[in-house]
Design a protein around this ligand. Structure first.
Ligand code: FPP
Length: 240
């Protein structure tokens, strides 16, 4: 249950998830790693509804990093197939007011997947409820380099002066343009690291690490993370 009275009692506006531990979940059951990713996709569907019912406005999920291409061909192709299979009905576009967005480079993705991403964005673009952002072929450094290139282009064509390149302006070149900064970053699966996820956007995020594997992550676990967030006091560098 959410403890409304805790701390600032402000719900996080934006929660980012590193969905780790699918391989271990599968191994514990004597199943191939890919079975863990299938179960992980079911968890993602469940958690999206839980977030929506809690009133969270933005949620970003790390589905595939720029480094994940190093995994076996079989694992990469299963993940890509899983994304393709799930996008058509991840949201019930007729009845749910959830908007879907994607971050990450699309150049290396299949035509089929790219088309499904565009379809999902198009079908949900007028939705005004929670925004779900899926990070596919995403890397925080890559995001920053793309924004730096965009700034350099604008400067070289004369439409941006170096002095006008403020934090706000630079931020508008990141793929998360229009999305508020991350308030709470949750990583499942026991590792205590950020793994190149949203490194600019988490500057002032509260970090929450749990040993629970992503496939086992439940509404209760989500509420525990949000309660912990609400019990912390956020000062943004201020001493008070
Ligand atoms: C990390 O666990 C997980 C991933 C690299 C993939 C995450 C993808 C999903 C949960 C599916 C998302 C589905 C859609 C439709 C977007 P790991 O494989 O590193 O686990 P391990 O640390 O136990 O080996």
């Amino acid at each position: 249950m959410l403890k409304k009275e805790a701390g600032s009692a402000e719900l996080p506006q934006h929660i980012a998830f590193i969905m780790d531990g699918n391989g271990r979940w599968a191994r514990k059951r004597g199943l191939p790693r890919t079975a863990g990713h299938r179960e992980g996709a079911r968890t993602l569907r469940r958690i999206i509804r839980d977030l929506d019912s809690m009133g969270i406005k933005f949620a970003t999920f790390y589905a595939f990093s720029t480094e994940n291409w190093k995994r076996s061909d079989e694992e990469v192709s299963t993940l890509m197939r899983l994304f393709e299979e799930n996008l058509d009905d991840l949201v019930n576009y007729e009845n749910e007011n959830i908007r879907l967005r994607f971050i990450g480079g699309r150049e290396r993705l299949s035509d089929t997947l790219r088309k499904k991403m565009l379809d999902a964005e198009e079908k949900s673009k007028s939705h005004t409820g929670m925004t779900v952002i899926l990070a596919i072929n995403y890397g925080g450094r890559d995001d920053i380099v793309r924004a730096a290139k965009r700034s350099a282009e604008l400067i070289s064509e004369g439409s941006l002066r170096p002095d006008d390149l403020t934090e706000e302006r630079f931020e508008s070149f990141l793929q998360t343009d229009g999305v508020p900064p991350v308030d709470l970053m949750v990583r499942t699966g026991g590792e205590i690291r950020i793994s190149n996820f949203l490194i600019w956007q988490i500057s002032y995020a509260e970090l929450y690490f749990t040993d629970t594997l992503w496939c086992d992550f439940s509404k209760k676990d989500l509420e525990a993370a949000v309660n912990e967030f609400m019990s912390r006091s956020r000062r943004y560098g201020d001493a008070r």
